[in-house]
Every structure is written in C-alpha cells, then in structure tokens.
Design a protein around this ligand. Sequence first.
Ligand SMILES: [Zn+2]
Length: 319
Amino acid sequence: MSAAFKLIPTTQKYDWGKVGLSSKVAQYAAAYSAAGFTLDENAPYAELWMGTHHSSPSRLLDSPSQEKLSDYLAAHPELLGSPVIERFRSEGAAEGNLPFLFKILAIEKALSIQTHPDKEMAQRLHKERPDVYKDANHKPEMALALTPFQAMCGFLPLARIADYIVDTPEFAALVPQAIREQFLSIASSDDPTGPTEKKALKDLFTAVMTAQESIFKPELEKLVARYHSGGAKASEKDVVDLALRLNSQFPGDIGVFCAFILNHLVLKPGEAIFLAAGEPHAYVSGDIAECMATSDNVIRAGLTPKLRDVPNLVAGLTY
Ligand SMILES: [Zn+2]
C-alpha cells in the first residue's frame, strides 16, 4: 500500500446531532457505504472521527482485514517520520498514535458550556478523577465552519457585561450586591486584563455559575416570560433569540445566563475559531470541521445532562 490511502471514519450518535441526511456527518459517512455504513434516517449523527483515538479508531478501507490506522502507522514508522515520532513519543506516536484528532460535527442542539485543561491541569485531573478525565492530555481545538455556525466563545468585553447587568434585572439578581458593585466599578477600566479586573470577572462568573436553584430558576422563568411578551429592546434581539433558543433546549438551566457573559459568534462557511486551553465556550448550531489534540478532556458547567465540574471550570479559565 502507498503512503496515501483511504480511511474508514467512525460516526458518533449523540442526542445533540443533526438527524439523518441533514447531518454533514451522515452525508460524509454515506460516501463510505462500501465500507458497511448504513444510514438510519432517524438517528442523530453528531460526530465523524478520523484518527487513532483508542475509543473510536479509523481503519484502512483497502486493507483486507480493515487494519487499524494506528497499527498500520506503527508498522510503517517512515510514514510519520522520526522527528514527529520523537516530538510526540509521550503521546504514543511510536505505537502509531497521531497527536491530533480530526472530526466533523453536525450540531442541532447546543453543546455544553465547557473548557479544556492545559497539560498541567489535565495531568492533575486525570490523576484525581480518571473516571471523568480519561487521559492526561490537553485539548486545544480549532473549528472551521462548513455551514453557518453559531458559538459562544470567550468573555464579552467587561462594559458589555455591565450593560447586561444594568438592563437585565433577572441576570443581575444572581450576583450578590458587593460582587455586582465591584464589577460595575471596574467595567470601563482602561486595563480590562489587569489583576483587579480579572478578579472582578472571575467573581462575577463564579457567582452566576454557582447560583442556587431557588434563586436562578424563578429569575430564568421571569426572563423567559418577559422576552416572550416582547419586553425587550429591539437592540437586544440577538441575545433574546440566543437565550430563548438555549432555554428551549435546556429549560431552566443556569447555562442560559451565559448569553450575558460570553461572546456570541456567527461564522460563515470557511471562517474559523481557535480555542486555547481555558477558553470558555459552547457550540450552538451548524456543521464544522474540528481539529484538536488527541484528548477527550472536557470540563463542563452548564447546558448538559453530564457531570458539571464548576470548581475546576472556574479555576481553569482565562479571564
Ligand atoms: Zn470544546
């Protein structure tokens, strides 16, 4: 076999994926029908993986035994080359493991509010909770829009968050008065990444993400009722649409309030974003190609039925 060969990717069905052939994942996988893929028109096709991650490895299309890509690369070390093998030896490159994972995502329903650890934090988390953080690797990721793509990503400018505190009483009510006043006092600072400013943002975000259900649930109900009854300014249309979309998918979830804290990006096909370690984000809708370090380490805090690890999320963010 030559150095260029076709792979059989794998698909993952998660409940947030687009259904049937409306999903780019299903469309690409269907192109491999010769390799045994059969379409289920009713299934949510969320992710397509190409790579060597042990939980869902790609295989070689033209190999009689459908050999794993990692086995083939291990048997042919010249394909990765010794500089790459040396550089990524600790990630298992000598055993044929690629240091990156390539995916297609087809997003119908928002993914969780999340961040990814740097290497140091990943090693600590993996040691402390190997059941949740299944590898010791970092997971920087890059997403390229294939169709119009919406995401929440990184913190809004401080002044913008301050405007939401002033204009949105239901959001302001989640934050204790002292933290709110401190935040408003630094919101128009000339040095938004200074230590006082970073601390004020961290305190505000922590207060929101750790708000008691008895406080935030009624406030969210009030907010949704006000938005449905047209009680928002025309200039707020973007955040109203986002908050209502998130609440319709995750009713009563604290993550809906992240619409007032994180940037809301709308990417055209061909545009891309890079997410370094510690960047808070949540993909909202669309189809993307995604490339990341080979890792599954996700620290979640909202918009998810999975485990929420708020202390580690707020501790590990870039403010
Ligand atoms: Zn992510």
